[in-house]
Write a protein that binds this ligand. Structure first.
Ligand SMILES: Cc1ncc(COP(=O)(O)O)c(C=O)c1O
Length: 436
C-alpha cells in the first residue's frame, strides 16, 4: 500500500474538509487524476457529534451502501459502529472489515436465497424481511440449517401503512419496500408461531437527506409507536426498532445543517417513554445513517484539461466528470466546488461566468453552469465537495472508458491509497471477441 506524507500545512483553512489537510497536488501526482479522497478525521467528527446526542437505548449501524470502501467501513467498525448491509456482497465486506455479525442487520428488497443463507449462517443481528414471500423463504432456509433467525418486519411507509392509527410517512418507492399493515400483522403472527424465526420488532425507513430535525424525530417516534402497536396486538416482546437512516447534510450554501441538539432532545423524550414502560424497558432503537457519517468527508478531485471562451462564458473541461459523481446529474443540483490552484499560484484574473464540465460526450456532464468566479486554468485541480456518500459507489464508471479513479484515505494528515486506480485496459483485457 502506498503511503505518502503531504507537504501542505493541515491547519491552512483553505484546504477543504474531504482533503483532510493533504496536499492535493501531491495526491494527484501519486495517484493520478481524477481521484477520490476521504478524510477519516471528519468521519470521526460526524460519529462523535451524533453520539453526543444519542440516548442510551439507541445504537448506530453504518449504512454500507453510502460508501462501501473497505477502509471506510473498517474505520467505522473500529469506532464501534455496527453495519446495515443491503446485499450478500456488503455482508461479506463487513466480515472483511472486522464488524462482528452480531452487529450487522441486512435490509433490502429482492434478497436471493444464497444471500439469506449467508446471513443465517453468519448469525447476524437481524434480517429485515420485506415481504410475505421473503418471510416464507427465510423460514425454510433457517429450518434447513437448523437455526432460529432474528428478524425485523419492514413496514412500508406512506399511505399504504396504517397500524392502529399510526401512519408512517416517507417515500414508499412505488411499493417496493416493506409490507402494508395487514401483511405485517400476518407476518408477525406467522413469525411468532415459527420455531425458526425470532421476531424482534419493526423496521421503517422514512426519507433521504432530511435536514429537518423535527421531521426526522417524527418518523422515529411514529415507527416506535407502530412497533409498539404491532407487538401488543400480536403479542410479542418488542426488542428492536430499526428506524433507518436519512439524516441529511447541507449540499447548498443556503441549506442549514441538521439541528442535532433538537433531534437529541426529542430522542431523549422517546427514550424516557420507552424506559418508563416495563414492556419496552429493554427495547433498543437502531439508527442506520450513511450520508450523515461520510458525505461531508469525501472530495472528488479532477484536473483542468481544457478551457475556452464561449460567448460571454468561460467553459472549463476537467479530466473527470459525472461518470464518477452521478449525484449532481441525478438530483439536478450543483455540488460545492473548490478550485485548488496549481503550483504557479493564484492568477490575477477577473471573476466572470464560468461553466465547469467533465469529459463525457453528454450534456448532463456539467458540474456548475455560469457561476461567477475566477476561472481555473489548464493544469489546476478542482475538487467536487461532499461526495463521501453515494459518490464513487453510485457512479457509472464504464461510460466512455475512462480510468476508474483511485480512492485515498487521509487521517491525521497522512494519506494512504485504499483502492487503486483501474485503467480501461483491465476490463478490455477481460472481454472476448466471439468466435462465431
Ligand atoms: C434501509 C436503509 N437504511 C439506511 C439507509 C441510509 O440512508 P442515508 O444515507 O440517507 O442515511 C438507506 C438508504 O437508502 C436504506 O435504504
Amino acid at each position: 500500500m502506498s503511503v505518502l506524507r503531504p507537504t501542505a500545512d493541515p491547519t491552512r483553512s483553505e484546504w477543504p474538509v474531504g482533503l483532510g489537510g493533504a496536499d492535493p497536488e501531491t495526491l494527484a501526482q501519486e495517484f493520478g487524476t481524477p481521484f477520490y479522497v476521504y478524510d477519516l478525521d471528519a468521519v470521526r467528527g460526524q460519529v462523535e457529534a451524533l453520539r453526543a446526542v444519542m440516548p442510551p437505548s439507541f445504537d448506530l449501524a453504518y449504512a454500507v451502501k453510502a460508501n462501501p470502501a473497505l477502509a471506510v467501513v473498517g474505520y467505522l467498525g473500529s469506532l464501534g459502529l455496527g453495519a446495515d448491509v443491503a446485499s450478500g456482497g456488503e455482508l461479506e465486506l463487513t466480515e472483511r472489515a472486522g464488524i462482528e455479525p452480531k452487529d450487522v442487520v441486512f435490509t433490502g428488497p429482492g434478497k436471493r436465497d444464497g444471500e439469506l443463507t449467508a446471513a443465517v449462517r453468519a448469525g447476524i443481528r437481524a434480517v429485515t424481511v420485506e415481504s410475505p414471500g421473503e418471510l416464507a423463504r427465510l423460514e425454510a432456509i433457517s429450518a434447513g440449517l437448523g437455526r432460529r433467525t432474528p428478524i425485523l418486519l419492514r413496514a412500508a411507509v406512506g399511505p399504504a401503512t396504517r397500524l392502529e392509527r399510526v401512519r408512517l410517512v416517507g417515500d414508499d418507492g412505488a411499493g417496493k419496500f416493506g409490507m402494508d399493515g395487514e401483511s405485517l400483522v400476518d407476518g408477525a403472527v406467522r413469525a411468532g408461531r415459527s420455531s425458526h424465526l425470532d421476531l424482534l420488532g419493526l423496521h421503517a425507513f422514512g426519507a433521504s437527506n432530511v435536514l429537518d430535525a423535527d421531521a426526522l424525530a417524527e418518523h422515529i417516534e411514529h415507527t416506535v409507536s407502530a412497533a409498539r402497536s404491532l407487538a401488543s396486538r400480536v403479542g410479542f416482546q418488542l426488542r428492536l426498532v430499526d428506524v433507518g437512516g436519512g439524516l441529511g447534510i447541507p449540499y447548498q450554501p443556503h441549506e442549514e445543517a441538521l439541528d442535532l441538539t433538537r433531534l437529541g432532545d426529542r430522542l431523549r423524550t422517546l427514550h424516557d417513554s420507552l424506559a418508563a414502560d416495563p414492556l419496552t424497558r429493554a427495547t433498543r432503537v437502531l439508527l442506520e445513517p450513511g450520508r450523515f457519517l461520510v458525505g461531508v468527508a469525501g472530495a472528488y478531485v479532477a484536473r483542468v484539461v481544457d478551457r475556452k471562451a464561449v460567448g460571454p462564458s468561460t467553459v472549463v473541461i476537467l479530466d473527470g466528470g459525472i461518470h464518477n459523481v452521478l449525484r449532481p446529474a441525478l438530483v439536478g443540483l450543483e455540488h460545492r466546488l473548490q478550485v485548488l490552484t496549481a503550483a504557479d499560484g493564484h492568477r490575477a484574473e477577473r471573476p466572470r461566468a464560468v461553466t465547469i464540465a467533465g469529459p463525457l460526450c453528454s450534456g448532463l456532464d456539467v458540474f456548475i453552469r455560469d457561476s461567477i468566479m475566477v476561472p481555473p486554468a489548464v493544469g489546476d485541480l478542482v475538487a467536487v465537495l461532499d461526495v463521501g456518500a453515494y459518490g464513487f459507489t453510485e457512479a457509472m464508471p464504464f461510460f466512455l472508458s475512462h480510468p476508474i479513479p483511485a480512492e485515498v484515505a487521509v487521517m491525521a494528515g497522512r494519506a494512504e491509497l485504499i483502492r487503486p486506480r483501474v485503467e480501461p485496459r483491465s476490463w478490455l483485457d477481460s472481454q472476448r471477441l466471439p468466435n462465431w
